[in-house]
Design a protein around this ligand. Sequence first.
Ligand code: ARG
Length: 460
Amino acid sequence: SSQKLWSGRFDKTTDRLVEAYTASVHVDRRLAVQDIRGSMAHARMLGEQGVLPPDDVEAIVSGLDQILAEVNSGAFVWRDELEDVHMNIESRLTELIGDAGKKLHTGRSRNDQVALDFRLYVDEALKRWQDGLEELVAVLVRRAEEHRRTLLPGCTHLQPAQPVSLAQHLLAYAWMFRRDHARAEDALKRVRVSPLGAAALSGTTYPLDPAMAAREVGFPEVFANSMDAVSDRDFVMESVFIAAVTMAHLSRLCEELILWANPAFGFVRLPDAFATGSSIMPQKKNPDVAELMRGKTGRVYGALMSLMTLVKGLPLTYNRDLQEDKEPFFDADKTVETSLRLMASMMAEMEFVPERMLALLRKGYLNATELADYLVGKKLPFRDAHHVVGRAVAFAEDQGRPLEELSLQELQSFSPLIQEDVFSVLDYHQAVARRSGRGGTGEAPVQNQISELKAWLTAS
Ligand code: ARG
């Protein structure tokens, strides 16, 4: 195996199993672009500070440019025995430009280097998630607009509770995803901090300019404490937490789509492109995408738990354990990003079935609260009204009829306060329309939500 960059104090070569066990290049080669950006920033800063002569800086930057092209074209030869992405790139640089390549690592350690690379990657990932979240919110808002007058049974305890508009139901998810977006925005403030200049753990004796290095990579902030800078992985934990919450939201929506696709509900017909058949049962159309998304939520929770556990027992500062921080992040990143994209296209094409929603609405006594509120309007104390309506529902249920199909005389047998005007109160659309206060399912507050979300989408 080839000469290690740190082989000076070693006489014997590394055990083969150890080499395989400690190598991370198969995972962290995904940081190649970030590593090159970081190295260019470091080299330029070294030049500016007079630590390296301009010729060396120029050679380093153009060598790194060539390596970037090799990486992008797939021509770059990755070598396991060179351990990780950093040493693979540095040794190729020296191969290409000779001695100047050996000066790149002046005043730097892989500890601040890897922290920077990872921060650059997480920065991009969070922005990709934000794009996916915006796309999904836009679709939900669009579908909500189409279905402002579509009603369905709103549930608590998964039992029919009160009528709501489909718009209100879809917008509830839009707000969740908007919060996930806001969480990512907030996390970015802590991700976009450059650790370059912290070196191994204590800073360096070279006259570095960490602020310039930060500017070069486009980060607005610089680390405050070298020991914290090389061992902090909050930014990873926090980001994967955001991915986990996003997946929780997606998974809840998946669960509803799965239920709604069941013929007992029949609220949606899955777009063919998002369903699969059964190898044995010809009638089947299965919601596999939604099921897998619900399932993959577990992977992201697992990634979060891996990271939390990884960090909890580590003394300051860098420990090799930290090399295990990338795989869970990459896995969570891929899962959340593809899930967001898929959900957006699935929701865009989802076929809603308003007739089925209305049919179930009429079977569940979802206007019982309306009748109670009506009696309160006629000065009956709410608790008494609740009891009266309970008895009316029991009677109607016995006969298999909805409340609005009882005759006025039948209704009056439960309370003489009930008059002809009760029937408009029992109307489901009226019930929804009356909820016109802030954030309610009435038309005006739903329209306000749509406008607010649209304004946000335009601004972001
Ligand atoms: N591959 C290492 C990681 O991902 C890079 C930093 C190694 N530093 C060290 N001192 N061994 O964490």
